[in-house]
Design a binder for this molecule. Structure first.
Ligand SMILES: Cc1cc2nc3c(=O)[nH]c(=O)nc-3n(C[C@H](O)[C@H](O)[C@H](O)COP(=O)(O)OP(=O)(O)OC[C@H]3O[C@@H](n4cnc5c(N)ncnc54)[C@H](O)[C@@H]3O)c2cc1C
Length: 303
């Protein structure tokens, strides 16, 4: 019986692991190795690590936590988790192994779903990005397209104004209201309502957006709207409450209190999977720290 199993070793799970390791709690950190920002060239906006490549950051964080003797890593996937009658947890791995623990931290991240446009996936995390705070600086001063509709598109286009003066909102076949046109005009933002066909450029770089009519717009960066979705049914299977779909963030974040506690004793959730604010590395680290501290406190109190 371990003290804790942490499911997912991105920023949130590693942060929880660090807190548990320092408290000498026997902890298994399980990770399938698909942190959501791995395709990105660098991490933007994380104090102390600004501009660092994500893979390098995760390797350093893992080495830091691995120094604590009560921490074990398991590079595999959890397929199922159950709460037993005595309030402890059993976790089942993809290869059929089982492990038991007194507490669980769910930190599996979220799937970021972006628009299905030919040529987008190859440029995701590079010239195609989803968050101005993460990569606006790296993309600054470039001719930039924003691919999003309605209020979200207008908000996205306006939010880029401190990074570049050349912004075009692509509504991909939907019509902008007069009110939105007025707001964009006043801010010097262009718009194009034609349906988008494909992105193009040498290698993984972006140099043009093609429309269905065969013409193109020269841009070298693109902001796209993404929606977050749970990567698995683990939270729901454990009976954790999840949020209603939300037009801004996405679908089904795990409901937690300010201390990363779900409503189920011994079950904590952190990072994107439980984010009620726009996701970031900094927020994931903070909520993972609280989840780890919560698990340590609960075990110490003997619940
Ligand atoms: C392309 C991109 C670029 C980004 N750039 C930035 C940036 O520059 N700055 C910034 O602040 N934020 C950035 N973000 C957001 C940031 O990456 C996330 O907020 C942060 O990584 C969330 O951390 P997490 O630990 O919750 O999830 P993740 O980092 O996604 O880690 C979750 C881990 O859990 C594993 N996992 C999932 N399910 C299971 C399971 N069942 N069993 C075992 N393991 C499992 C996954 O494989 C993964 O390794 C970016 C996001 C994306 C998509």
């Amino acid at each position: 019986m371990r003290d804790c199993i942490v499911i997912g070793a991105g920023a949130a799970g590693l942060s929880a692991g660090l807190t548990l390791g320092r408290a000498q709690r026997e902890t298994l950190v399980v990770d399938a190795g698909r942190q959501s920002n791995l395709p990105a060239t660098v991490i933007g906006g994380l104090l102390g690590h600004d501009g660092r490549p994500p893979a390098e950051y995760y390797a350093a964080a893992r080495a830091e936590i691995g120094r604590y003797p009560s921490i074990r890593f398991d590079d595999s996937e959890v397929t199922r988790a159950d709460r037993r009658g005595d309030g402890t947890y059993t976790v089942v791995f993809a290869d059929g192994r089982r492990e038991d623990a007194r507490t669980l931290v769910l930190s599996p991240g979220m799937e970021y779903r972006y628009p299905h446009v030919e040529g987008l996936a190859e440029r995701w995390g590079g010239d195609v990005f989803h968050c101005p705070f993460c990569h606006g600086w790296e993309m600054r001063a470039r001719p930039t397209a924003v691919l999003a509709t309605g209020a979200v598109g207008v908000h996205g286009a306006l939010s880029l104004r401190s990074y570049t003066d050349d912004i075009t909102l692509l509504t991909n076949g939907t019509e902008l209201s007069g009110e939105y046109r007025d707001r964009l005009s006043a801010a010097g933002v262009k718009w194009d309502e034609r349906a988008v066909a494909a992105l193009d450029g040498a290698g993984s770089s972006l140099s043009a957006v093609y429309f269905v009519d065969g013409t193109c717009l020269a841009v070298s960066a693109m902001l796209v709207k993404t929606f977050l979705h749970q990567r698995s049914t683990l939270a729901a299977d454990l009976g954790a409450e999840v949020n209603e779909p939300d037009d801004f963030l996405g679908v089904g974040a795990i409901v937690v209190d300010a201390m990363s506690r779900t409503g189920i004793p011994g079950l904590f959730a952190a990072g994107d999977a439980a984010a009620s604010v726009p996701p970031s590395m900094a927020a994931a680290i903070a909520s993972g720290y609280l989840a780890g501290a919560g698990a340590v406190t609960q075990i110490a109190a003997g619940y």
